[in-house]
Design a protein around this ligand. Sequence first.
Ligand SMILES: *Cc1c(COP(=O)(O)O)cnc(C)c1O
Length: 353
Amino acid sequence: MLINPGCQFASDNTAGICPEAMSALIKANDDSAKPYGEDPWSKQATDLIRDLFEADCDVFFTFNGTAANALALSAMCQSHHSILAHEWSHVETDECGAPEFFCKGSKILLIAGNDGRIDGTKVSETAISRTDVHFPKARAVSVTQSTEVGTVYDLETLQGIGESARKHELHYHMDGARFANAMATLQVAPSEVTWKRGVDVLCLGGTKNGMAVGDCVVFFNRELGQEFDYRCKQAGQLASKMRFLSAPWVGMLTDEAWLKNAGHANQMAKLLSSGLEKLGIRIAAPVESNAVFADFSVEQTVSLRERGWIFYEFDGIATPRLMCSWKTTPEEVDAFLTDCRETLPEQNNGPHH
Ligand SMILES: *Cc1c(COP(=O)(O)O)cnc(C)c1O
């Protein structure tokens, strides 16, 4: 029984703008303000991000995560360098080559790893696998937190990657499009997950967390952020009405809306996955944030789509992927589970037919 057509579990960016981000936008619209980040909202958002990470970091607001990632990596790598990343990473599979383009040719070296994660050992192995002049020189490692398959790196693994990075002189990049979801799971200070583990640059996602638009690039290693404002401008990422990118961050970071939104999405994913498991449907990746990979049969997938549910397959795991957002409701989860029960293949083949 479909109760919310058009939205559901396709992605966490199908949801709209959360009230906290919206009211900040509306407030930012009250008065005129200086352009290009010279406005009070951008200053306040930057201060809040510095407070959040307990660090004197540099912060740049971009329109989306692809730009944030690609530009952050371009601040680390020259054209003859390489970037180590998981084979399912967004920078590899979903950015149309933007990192390679903005790095002017840097190669992404792919690392396989269970449940979307890499580790320090694999980083070291890959970094030293080729060190001759005929192959691009390893210069950066990129991790996604939480990962493309909804798993979350623990502090120990992040630390291990940081140690390998230091040993092999790699800069450490974190794609945090869903950083909030990881934080809601780990329940530690954001500094513990980032610069204390050696992370140089975090791309902090706002869009999937409940904002209209806008991710930001946080340089803990401020040297890497030198002249980054020029990179942003050149790439078309310097908003003239910057306050409409930055004000929502003020809304999100005041009273921890960012964490509440993410915690709610994660909770909905748990509700969904435990319901599916009760129906005997295998969950194909550990549910540690807001993604659920459900191993529906092909017939059931078709039936669910016929009933109007929208969700996508994911390349790496090859099962349908169900994403929960700040806006997913328990009623929506229940309605989906009801349809899952009614479309179970066993019922079609059962003795009553
Ligand atoms: C959504 C997402 C991004 C950013 O994508 P944009 O569409 O460019 O905003 C980056 N990394 C991951 C892992 C994502 O899921």
